[in-house]
Design a protein around this ligand. Sequence first.
Ligand code: 13P
Ligand code: SF4
Length: 312
Amino acid sequence: MQLQDKILKLKKEKDVVILAHNYQVPDVQDIADFVGDSLGLARQAAKTPHKTILFCGVHFMAETAAIISPQKKVLIPDLDAGCSLSDSITVDDLKEWKKQHPDAITVGYVNTTAGIKAELDYCCTSSNAVNVVKAIPEDKEILFLPDMFLGSYVSKLTGRKNMYIWAGECHVHAGIKPEDVQKKLDSMTNAEFIIHPECSCTTPYLYDIATGSYNGRQVQILSTEGMMNHVKKSSANQFVVATETGILYRMRKQNPEKTFVPASEKAECQYMKMISLQKVYDSLVEDKYQVKVPKKTADKARLAIERMLAIS
Ligand code: 13P
Ligand code: SF4
């Protein structure tokens, strides 16, 4: 029996749902019950009737699932699948920052550890960060963390002046440079340009981008699932995609008549790529590795996540 078939049989027998992020390798996406962005995966984790969630993504995503569904077993096939962005702030950093702004509301990206989430008022993802900030009364200071590019984008779009932004970044998205993008755009004059808000390539054009153009070209800033929805309904046939390259597999599979080109071929997240089909199989067979969050931390973190889930 092929590995894929063994996995499908085993997950049925053991009542497991497999959730996979859009950046996972093609083989893993193909055996998942649901492929999506951070928000979509968190929503699936909250509503799944299955006893066990096997999370094919990075550690903070599996932790989020464990926090939302404390009665479920959450497994990740490789415990070393981390995230440079979530590593860019520690709980002590955040406590110190909060001390300096005692009345501020803290808004943290979902790409953070459970310990950080327990210190937040609101959690957000790239698909609802703007709406989360809009939901906070205008006279309240906001501490936004940890992604500075997402933070700058949100502050431009909302016009919020009293928002402080942590200087964190994702090494994959920060590595997509304006020069890479320009080269691709020059070679594909009819292509639409779609960007993940963690990208640094937008910085020189941030004002334009917030209002929908990049060097005079139509541009869309979207979460990974927002990108999937957009390319499907857009009348354009060609797209330059500025995010981790794993998403191109699903884009091409769902839209075989359209052309997708990465803004940078180097934009690969080595953490996302740690999950392989073999590790998924081993994880199912041996029930490893279970992601557990201490109850006290989970109970506090859940409040911020539930506020996020309530805002789309
Ligand atoms: P999305 O929520 O857009 O899927 O982003 C998650 C992530 O880690 C981006 O690098
Ligand atoms: Fe983290 Fe960046 Fe990888 Fe996303 S792409 S999981 S933000 S390191």
